[in-house]
Write a new protein. Structure first.
Length: 300
């Protein structure tokens, strides 16, 4: 595995030289475009709008369009930017893991250190583990400064790219209808969630990619795989939501245990709106919570 970037972690006055490796890889099957008539491959070429000439990568530079023309920006210009994060991952804060909303998390990278950097790397790794926190950092990669998050995964420090606060769209812009649901429907939905919990995510796999591989293998051999009947998606107009939830819980439990199962006896129906649920949540916050056993949360 080749590093894609090298620099250092800046941890106060401690500098930790590191190499950055991609932590993820895509297993998606690439499908190309072809001309239906003759099977010719369709390719995208970089053509200059001014003279119609096809260009090589060496002939192409970057720039920013303004009212008075295009301002060229070269690699030398970008390298000379006065950024302390140009070659360093600068830690700016340590925060609780739960304070980071997952919507902000982007690409992931493994950070590796060797030689004289091994000890300060291990120091930072154990400090992250013992504090049960994650480090927020700033770094520059691929022509822009980014926000990042450092955490420990097994024995490795992982860097997650994060979106800046102003890159997250306001959720209030989404129109969510105010509909009524009963306490019993909520209880049944929670029961279904409980039934579906505990599954090992590491055992999940890409069924679409597997089906596509089988299709390609079959067509290569001059055949086609047997079609699999898939159930039609349920209608959005659910007549009896409670009955659907009951059946979902029953089916989920039966599939795991091999036996029949039913939802608990249902009490008298009570309607709950979004506003009522919010008031109930606020009221519960006003009641002092009992102290827990003091067990430290695990690192993310």
């Amino acid at each position: 595995m080749r590093p894609i970037w090298s620099g250092a972690i800046s941890f106060g006055l401690v500098t930790i030289p590191i190499k950055v490796y991609p932590a993820t890889e895509s297993h998606a099957i690439s499908l190309h475009q072809f001309h239906t008539a003759d099977g010719g491959r369709i390719r995208y070429r970089k053509v200059c709008e001014a003279d119609g000439k096809e260009l090589t990568q060496e002939e192409i530079t970057r720039g920013y369009e303004t009212a008075v023309g295009t301002i060229p920006v070269t690699d030398e210009d970008l390298d000379a930017l006065p950024l302390p994060t140009a070659k360093a991952i600068e830690i700016v804060a340590f925060v609780p893991t739960e304070s980071i909303d997952p919507i902000r998390i982007g690409a992931s990278y493994y950070l590796a250190a060797e030689g004289v950097a091994a000890k300060p790397y291990e120091l930072l790794r154990q400090a992250l583990e013992r504090s049960s926190k994650v480090a927020v950092a700033k770094f520059a990669m691929r022509d822009r400064e980014r926000l990042g998050l450092l955490r420990v995964l097994d024995d490795v420090i992982v860097l997650h790219g994060m979106r800046w606060p102003d890159e997250i769209r306001d959720a209030s812009l989404v129109d969510v209808p105010d509909v009524e649901v009963s306490d019993e429907e909520i209880d049944a939905a929670v029961a279904l969630a409980d039934t579906l919990s505990g599954q090992d995510v590491s055992e999940m796999h890409d069924e679409y990619r597997q089906a596509l591989e089988k299709l390609i293998e079959a067509k290569t051999a001059g055949t086609r795989p047997e079609p699999i009947e898939t159930p039609a998606p349920a209608s959005a107009e659910v007549v009896d939501l409670m009955a659907m939830l009951e059946k979902s819980v029953s089916d989920a439990k039966a599939s795991r245990s091999g036996g029949d199962a039913t939802v608990h006896d249902l009490p008298t129906t009570k309607k709950t709106t979004k506003k009522a649920a919010a008031s109930k949540k606020t009221a519960s916050k006003e009641v002092p919570a009992k102290k827990s056993g003091g067990r430290k949360p695990r690192s993310a």
